[in-house]
Design a protein around this ligand. Sequence first.
Ligand SMILES: Nc1ncnc2c1ncn2[C@@H]1O[C@H](COP(=O)(O)OP(=O)(O)O)[C@@H](O)[C@H]1O
Ligand SMILES: [Mg+2]
Length: 364
Amino acid sequence: MRLDSLTIRQVRNLSDVSITPNPEVNIFYGANASGKTAILESIYLLSKARSFRTAHIKEVIQHKQEYLTVSALINTQENKTVSTGLKKSGKETEIRYNGERVKAVSEQAKNVVVQTANPENTTLLTGSPKDRRKWIDWAMFHVEHDYLQVWHSYHRALRNRNALLRRGAKEDEYYVWESTMADTAKDLKSRWQKYLDCLQQYYQETAAEHACAGVTFSARKDKQKNDEFLEHLQTTRSSDIKAGFTQQGPHKADFDFKVEGRHIGTIFSRGQIKLFIILLSIAQAKLLKNERGVTPIFLADDLTAELDKKTVNMLLDLLYEERMQLFITTTDPGEIIKTNQESSLFHVEQGHVKNVRIDTENNA
Ligand SMILES: Nc1ncnc2c1ncn2[C@@H]1O[C@H](COP(=O)(O)OP(=O)(O)O)[C@@H](O)[C@H]1O
Ligand SMILES: [Mg+2]
């Protein structure tokens, strides 16, 4: 899918920006703090109704304004043109797609499928297990449409069991929730396993012989086996009652990214971590495309920072090969423009965006 037009209002320093993106490559360049990342943030907002930079939408809405809007014409996977828009204030989110109100944010994420390679987003490696669970939930949701349903059943059963634990319910009240938890936990874990195996393959194919190849992806093993989770819940009940919540299960899961048995978060350099995050995003995009037939819109923020020329070129080749619509920001466009690639160049200056002609002689 791709964006055929994009209008952004009142997002950070972007008061009113309208652009006609190139179907393939879009490069945004400009000085620091000119608003480049805010453009990608806006596209992400249109898809996920939240920012990738902050959980507080007030920080994103332009100062002194009540709300922000992002709207676009989308060329869908089925090659139809559909209009969509998001209006978000501190209190309310209104999403429209094809003239209809979209009630669930998760629906919109399927309408506008966006894959980000946000190198700042190292929380996958350096953050908490919760960050990694969030990562896998979003990733899986795009690949398996009924994932969310299983996820909800598990979490509903978990909430109910926790409520029973806290009010000291009778023994026989637990079974219904614990058995649901056991069934859905098994389902979730086998989906994770399948997804991670598949993603690892795509990753290794993408990273090929580059420095970051050889990373293995896995869900951290629980002490008990899958089939023993029901039993485990029953035997740990009294300890869970003391704790006041369910202490183990998929809601506490964690995921490992390792090279030769060691966590890459602890052994990779900053540059390697950045490269890993981008390669992983490309692998996720490839997986979506090949396994689900959905070509995401790809956002790469500050692509050239901290990476050497050769690495940047290698990444660009990988990205161009997938023929996704790309939105790339950089302070150094000369590094990105390839004369053989259909692309548009936009200059961003103090919240204003101008489409500029690419001068292939001088590389912009
Ligand atoms: N809520 C806001 N209202 C207005 N301006 C903002 C707001 N939040 C951030 N800014 C400004 O918007 C710009 C955003 O820049 P950013 O997108 O991060 O730039 P770049 O990626 O080009 O470095 C900065 O100049 C910042 O000061
Ligand atoms: Mg930026």
